[in-house]
Write a protein that binds this ligand. Structure first.
Ligand code: ARG
Length: 442
């Protein structure tokens, strides 16, 4: 059944039907669509726009549809154009004439704007829970690994020693910022478009604040034309998801590196790895790779909607139907990715001995030797040069700085005494760094 058949005589082309339809993907909005319609019908009844009897029968009919969909008795399929038409047709089939009154003072334009907002808000709240879980996993790991020494890198070269807690703590900060960004986004999106009609409001005495409050919004939106044309909140959410995906991708990249045969800082659990069809020895970090890879499609979803919206005249245009597949894809992808990352981190076996060995190699304590020399009254720039010479000497000998004997130290720099060993050990290199945010301050 078409909601707009009256004006038409000719039959719609078959490909047009398919191209135009959104039911195959907006079917997932059924709950939001029903919630919105219930609020609308209740308000119409209270305002005397519908009789109380009609309003009640509509609301009962809608709840019946909801429970039948959830129990699987009613399957969303058929030739309805979209979820809004599907539910309205089903309602009319069930309750007769009253069903045809539901759409009084409403357009699919404010209806779809509402449904998508409700859905996004729900998703956003769920995403915050997933992130909170991930932040919890990172916090637990940090507590366990305050003394797990490892090299910190710049340019992927060993730079200075740090701890696993410090390294993972950096990601915890990223995910905390992501959470706070989601809260900002939620605050801005929480205005109800319902009652904006096609774009110019309506002559019925709707109570927009009543439906807004019933649906958990802070207020009804200010301008009815903006209400049906705005997808800023969705773009903002897609951007927030893109950042989350980017943070997950960076973390995945490190897990992949650290799981590699060369690093061996960690072993991913079998549950989060896969094998090779030809090389029997292989255990591949496919899940981390996929999380890294899927970041690309999330960016793509953001750019696809940005591009759809660019240049659209006010108010509603059918182009905006294209918001859904992109948004759903990004939401599903990032939610799964966050959940998988939590599971993967929980089951990793960390080889802290190997990390420690790696931190000891590669001169990650060179800055500390220079700082030691500064303590002996040598200017930092001169100290930097002396340590450079010491490193060169060690490289020739194939040893680390703390493995040099005192006479070897003194041959290059006579100011060095045997208190140097206590100053440049891995533990003291880390523990001395007590500035706010540094590994020794954790
Ligand atoms: N399926 C449409 C969408 O997702 C619903 C709104 C239709 N409105 C209209 N004026 N054709 O945007």
């Amino acid at each position: 059944m078409k909601l707009w058949g009256g004006r038409f005589r000719g039959k719609t082309d078959e490909l047009v039907e398919r191209f135009n339809a959104s039911l195959p993907f907006d079917r997932r909005l059924y709950r939001e669509d029903i919630e919105g319609s219930v609020a609308h019908a209740r308000m119409l009844g209270k305002q005397g726009i519908l009789s109380e009897k009609d309003a009640e029968s509509i609301i009962r009919g809608l709840y019946g549809i909801l429970s039948d969909i959830e129990s699987g008795r009613l399957v969303i399929e058929g030739d309805s154009e979209d979820i809004h038409s599907f539910i309205e047709a089903e309602l009319t089939k069930r309750i007769g004439e009253a069903g045809k009154r539901l759409h009084t003072g409403r357009s699919r334009n404010d209806q779809v704007a509402l449904d998508m907002k409700l859905y996004t808000r729900e998703e956003l709240d769920r995403m915050k829970e997933e992130l909170a879980e991930l932040i919890g996993v990172l916090t637990e790991l940090m507590e366990r690994h305050r003394e797990s020494y490892m090299p910190g890198f710049t340019h992927l070269q060993k730079a200075q020693p740090t701890t696993l807690a410090h390294h993972l703590g950096a990601y915890r900060e990223m995910f905390r910022r992501d959470c706070s960004r989601l809260s900002d986004c939620r605050n801005r999106l929480n205005e109800s478009p319902l009652g904006a009609g096609a774009f110019a409001g309506t002559s019925y005495p709707l109570d927009r604040e009543m439906t807004a409050a019933e649906l958990g919004f802070d207020r009804a939106s200010e301008n009815s034309m903006d209400a049906v044309s705005d997808r800023d909140y969705l773009l903002e959410y897609l951007f927030d998801l893109s950042l989350i995906a980017m943070h997950l991708s960076r973390l995945s990249e490190e897990l992949i590196l650290w799981n590699s045969n060369e690093y061996r800082f960690l072993r991913l659990s079998d549950a989060y790895s896969t094998g090779s069809s030809i090389m029997p020895q292989k255990k591949n970090p496919d899940i981390a790779e996929l999380i890294r890879g899927k970041c690309g499609r999330v960016y793509g979803d953001l750019f696809s909607l940005l591009t759809v919206m660019k240049g659209l005249p006010l108010a509603y245009n059918k182009d905006m139907q294209e918001d859904k597949e992109a948004a759903f894809d990004a939401m599903d992808t990032v939610r799964d990715s966050v959940r998988l990352m939590s599971g993967m981190l929980k089951t990793i076996e960390w080889d802290t001995e190997r990390m420690r060995e790696s931190a000891k190699r590669g001169f990650s304590n060179a800055t500390d030797v220079a700082d030691y020399l500064v303590g002996k009254g040598i200017p930092f720039r001169t100290a930097h040069g002396i340590v450079g010479e010491l490193v060169l000497y060690c490289e020739g000998k194939g040893c680390s700085l703390d493995e040099l004997s005192l006479p070897e130290f003194k041959a290059i720099c006579p100011e060095i005494e045997d208190d140097i060993y206590g100053e440049i050990s891995l533990e003291s290199c880390v523990k001395k760094r007590r500035t706010k945010g540094a590994p020794g301050a954790l």
